[in-house]
Design a protein around this ligand. Structure first.
Ligand code: AR6
Length: 484
């Protein structure tokens, strides 16, 4: 028999028979007590986005605010010969001096970065970065990088104090805080992360790139090659944002629903929502306008700035604006998720895991909403990592996953009609060892109570597509409700 590339509801039904971007918009960006906006509102029609000068001053040095590299509180010790004791000067000055010297090789880049990280750099080494330039880039490409691109990246990084004039709030646990910034502000923050200028506190997730620069091992050669390909994606991103400054905005929204406000799953009487299931395509390429699930780590981004190279990490390197979440998102708790709206894709890729490869430029033509955000939304939700496979069938763990998906899929849109469907797949079923047949039921239940349809990508697995379709149609025919 010829296999069908999809089963269940047709994609037009999922899209309510309209175009992919005709869903009602997320609420427009408005500054409030729970929504910090780092740029000036309103944005004019030419999309000239200016910093917001009316914010908390940038020198907050407090657990509720991101510790910025240019904060006056960030001081750096140096020894004065006569006094034999430590004196201090602003670390931002040291950073400026180091990055304004001519840097023509990865060795010089490493030396510059170490010069303002002397305490940590004892443990750092940039093997992966050196390998990247000496072995994977052509000689001319490396020359062009140090001649042209690196100076522009340095300029972008050192512009930080003029681009971000307020403090960035930490998106703390158990708070529904929202943060909006411009893509250019994000680019400057990421350039700073590349140069490892953020103070190194062991608050996680953490954003300086030094772990990525170190991720090379002879006995993990294939994995090391995938790290090089991730670096290529990131360099490609910096090339693009430094040649034409990106013009839009991005919103980061932490969602917290207290456990007591989560559904009593056993009592829910909803029917199963429409399901479109396909073995073809991917969440990022075939679900325009839908709420796209990031199979996340509770430390968002997981191993993106290290060895990791599965669904989340790949999404983060082709859409690097997602990486900035690591600067301000506290670890996700059980009933929390992070929704990011407005990100752009910069690179194409092929392969997966150790065989991941950068595959050229991607021109993202997703339209923007009235607040300047591309109409792409990603929800980071971390499944539970099962060390013992059988553990997942216990009611505690099933409830944990139901509540997590419920929070991730929940709507903040005021009008409950015309909500975008969820685009997901084997959430928690790769690195985290879940069972896709159980996870699909969990995600269907969470979508049902949120009145949303589900698009499920089995990522090439036709047998899984067929067996889930069979299970689903059986449940629908028997008119099974989601309550137990
Ligand atoms: N589109 C649709 N499905 C996909 C895609 C894609 N682009 N990529 C992979 N899959 P995994 P997890 C399928 O292992 O188990 C990261 O390190 C594919 O079948 O990434 O939730 C995070 O940071 C794959 O096996 O997610 C976490 O630490 C399956 O989705 C951890 O992994 C699961 O992908 C999360 O692990």
């Amino acid at each position: 028999p010829i296999s069908q590339p999809w089963k269940g509801s047709g994609i037009d039904d999922i899209y309510n028979n309209h175009g992919p971007f005709e869903y009602q918009e997320y609420p427009p960006i408005v500054q409030s007590d729970s929504h910090v906006v780092l740029f000036k509102l309103p944005i004019n029609s030419k999309m000239e986005i200016e910093p917001n000068y009316s914010l908390h001053p940038p020198n907050n040095w407090h657990v509720d605010w991101v510790k910025m590299p240019h904060s006056p509180w960030s001081m750096y010790p140096f020894e004065e010969e006569e006094k034999m004791e430590n004196c201090y000067r602003p670390r931002w000055e040291v950073i400026n001096e180091a990055l304004k010297k001519k840097i023509m090789s990865s060795a010089q880049l490493e030396a510059a970065i170490f010069s303002y990280n002397s305490k940590e750099s004892d443990q750092w080494d940039f093997r992966a970065l050196h390998y990247f330039f000496s072995e994977t880039m052509k000689k001319e490409e490396t020359e062009i990088f140090f001649e042209n691109l690196l100076p522009k990246m340095i300029q972008l990084a050192l512009q930080l104090p003029t681009l971000i004039t307020g403090s960035i709030p930490v998106l703390k646990q158990q708070k529904n805080t929202t943060l909006s910034m411009s893509q250019l502000q994000i680019a400057s923050l990421l350039a700073n992360a590349f140069f490892c200028t953020f103070p190194n506190y062991e608050i996680y997730p953490n954003i300086n790139f030094y772990r990525l620069f170190r991720a090379f091992k002879d006995d993990k050669f294939q994995r090391s090659l995938a790290v090089s390909e991730k670096l290529r994606c990131l360099i490609h991103y910096f090339g693009k944002v430094t040649s034409v400054a990106p013009q839009g905005t991005v919103t980061f929204q932490r969602r917290y629903i207290p456990l007591d406000d989560c559904p009593e799953w056993g009592k829910m009487t909803h029917q199963l929502p429409p399901l479109h299931i396909t073995s073809k395509g991917t969440i990022e390429s075939n679900a325009a306008g839908l709420l796209q699930v990031d199979f996340a780590n509770k430390k968002v981004g997981g191993g993106v700035l290290n060895w990791g190279c599965v669904q989340e990490e790949i999404r983060f390197v082709i859409c690097p604006e997602l990486i900035v979440t690591r600067l301000f998102t506290e670890e996700l708790e059980n009933t929390e998720a992070l929704v990011v709206t407005g990100i752009e894709q910069y690179s194409n890729y092929e392969g997966y895991g150790n065989f991941f490869k950068w595959n050229g430029d991607f021109i993202d033509e997703t339209p923007r909403d009235s607040s300047g955000r591309r109409k792409t939304s990603v929800v980071a939700m971390d499944a539970y990592r099962f060390t013992k496979k059988n553990e997942q069938y216990t009611i505690q763990k099933i409830n944990r996953e139901l509540n997590k998906a419920y929070v991730g899929f929940s709507s903040v849109e005021s009008n409950q009609d015309n909500l975008p469907a969820i685009a997901t797949g084997n959430w928690g079923c790769g690195a985290f060892r879940g069972d896709p047949k159980l996870k699909v039921l969990i995600q269907l239940m969470a979508a049902a109570v949120n009145k949303k349809s589900l698009v499920y990508f089995t990522f090439g697995d036709e047998a899984l597509q067929d067996s889930i379709a069979e299970m689903y149609s059986h449940l629908v025919q028997q008119n099974i409700r989601i309550g137990i």
